[in-house]
Design a protein. Structure first.
Length: 455
């Protein structure tokens, strides 16, 4: 390794699963005696934890690697982790010969051994499991970046094989962690002062305790009952495995947040079939009905793909009308991007780029109108906000509601409340993506915990 010694720089691309994997990888590196640095220039080892969900994300990584070529000559070493690593495997060594280590997420438990080989200046080290692994990556050395809010993986991999999606090939088969290990991690986080945890998996609804009969709804109740935890979130849900028991758990367990992210992908039953989603528009709307019938005001968000092969204007209009029916609080919308290994790759990418672009724009415009209206309905309400930071220039505190909405608010105090504080905020104004408010002085004075943090 280089003169910089055992120092590393790690950059993450992609989803929350990747962000959390990086926390585990960082913990592993620290335990192996490495020091994290802020820039590539200061690092002996440069790691990219990569995403391949769409072509653009993948290309970004290869551009970065290309830019780093000259650093290799200075003795720095490169590692490519995550989804592009698993997808491209040894081809990465051909495209970027200065890379020494390539590892998919299902091989991270072997990282210490791979790092030792890297230190011995071995070239072309691989960890490519390719759906072989039954094990999850358990580590007690997760280096969480936030002291109040943190992720917990409950299930790794995916067995759904949606026609467009690369994840089953990059993250391996579905592996649930045991209830004992999930609860132990959540309890340890609560003991360390965490109050907000987010349970993670590609499809959290298909979690099953490998050693017993417990379902995901049971796990939610168990995590929600841990003393000290105040907010429990979960993502991502799959409509196929989403049950009424999950809604019942949210209704009954106050710590479970008022938010469900339930990707629909398309409002057209014909396209859903082509996507191999294994549900219809009506099936999806039935689940929305369960969520809307809850006692609590559960916020709904979703993912949508436009321009899947064969999507007609009529199919797309079905997606637009689904927005009206579902009344999402936010959507993440994407243009279809053909991915290696996926079943849809055999279909012609038939929707022209301009049409994909136009549909994406129309979709986002329709959703913006819906959000304008939905967010407006919060004006006048008092919502509990967890403080995440502040914008000193604007004199505003930045936080998040149980519904996962951003709330920017002012406090009647010269000192901003600390991050991690929970405050009741009266909503005074709404934008399509955020709320504005004032920390409620009456409620604050009756809330000693909040007041302590205000000082
Ligand atoms: N093209 C475009 N979007 C995709 N997604 C997954 N695969 C693709 C693809 N090939 C979207 C889905 C998924 C989100 C994480 O990314 O909407 O829910
Ligand atoms: Fe996450 Fe999927 Fe991207 Fe992998 S390909 S980082 S699982 S979004």
């Amino acid at each position: 390794m280089s003169a910089s010694g055992k120092t590393f720089y790690l950059e993450t691309f992609g989803c929350q699963m990747n962000a959390h994997d990086s926390e585990k990888v960082i913990g592993t590196l620290l335990r192996e005696g490495y020091t994290q640095v802020e820039t590539e220039a200061d690092a002996g080892l440069i790691l990219y934890n990569t995403c391949s969900i769409r072509d653009k994300a993948e290309q970004k990584v290869f551009h970065r690697l290309n830019d780093g070529k000259s650093l290799y000559k200075q003795g720095k070493r490169f590692a490519v982790l995550g989804c592009v690593a698993q997808q491209e495997g040894e081809r990465i060594f051909e495209r970027a010969p200065h890379v020494s280590l390539v590892s998919g997420s299902a091989s991270y438990r072997r990282l210490p051994e791979m790092l030792a080989r890297l230190e011995a200046d071995e070239k072309r080290i691989t960890g490519l499991d390719d759906r072989q692994t039954e094990e999850t990556f358990e580590t007690e050395f997760t280096a969480r970046g936030n002291p109040h809010r943190g992720y917990i993986t409950i299930i790794e991999g995916c067995d759904k094989f949606c026609a467009y999606c690369v994840v089953p090939y990059t993250r391996g088969k579905e592996r649930s962690r045991t209830v004992a290990s999930v609860l132990a991690e959540a309890q340890a986080m609560a003991a360390a002062g965490y109050t907000d945890v987010q349970l993670l998996g590609q499809n959290v609804n298909s979690w099953r305790d490998p050693a017993g009969q417990l379902t995901f709804a049971d796990l939610l109740r168990a995590v929600g009952a841990i003393p000290g935890l105040r907010r429990v979130r979960f993502t991502t849900s799959h409509p196929r495995d989403f049950t009424p028991e999950i809604v019942r758990a949210i209704d009954e367990v106050p710590t479970l947040c008022d938010h469900v992210h339930l990707p629909v992908q398309s409002g057209s039953t014909r396209i859903l079939a082509a996507m191999q989603r294994e549900y219809t528009r009506e099936w999806y709307l039935e689940r929305i009905g369960w969520i809307r019938a809850a006692q609590r005001p559960i916020s709904l968000t979703s993912d949508i793909i436009v321009g899947f092969p064969g999507e007609t204007e009529g199919d797309f209009e079905d997606t637009l009308s689904l927005l009206d029916a579902a009344q999402f609080d936010a959507i993440f919308a994407f243009k279809y991007s053909p991915r290696p290994n996926t079943p849809a790759l055999t279909l012609a990418d038939s929707v022209p780029e301009e049409v994909k672009m136009e549909r994406l724009q129309r979709l986002n415009e329709r959703q913006r109108e819906i959000q304008k209206c939905n967010y407006q309905s919060a004006v006048g309400q008092i919502v509990e906000v967890m403080v995440e930071g502040n914008n000193a220039a604007r004199g505003q505190v930045i936080g998040r509601s149980s519904q996962n909405k951003t709330v920017n608010f002012t406090v009647d105090s010269p000192i901003f409340p600390a991050s991690g504080t929970y405050l009741p905020v009266r909503i005074t104004q709404a934008f399509p993506n955020s709320l504005v408010g004032i920390a409620d002085p009456a409620a604050v004075s009756s809330n000693s915990e909040a007041q302590a943090c205000l000082l």
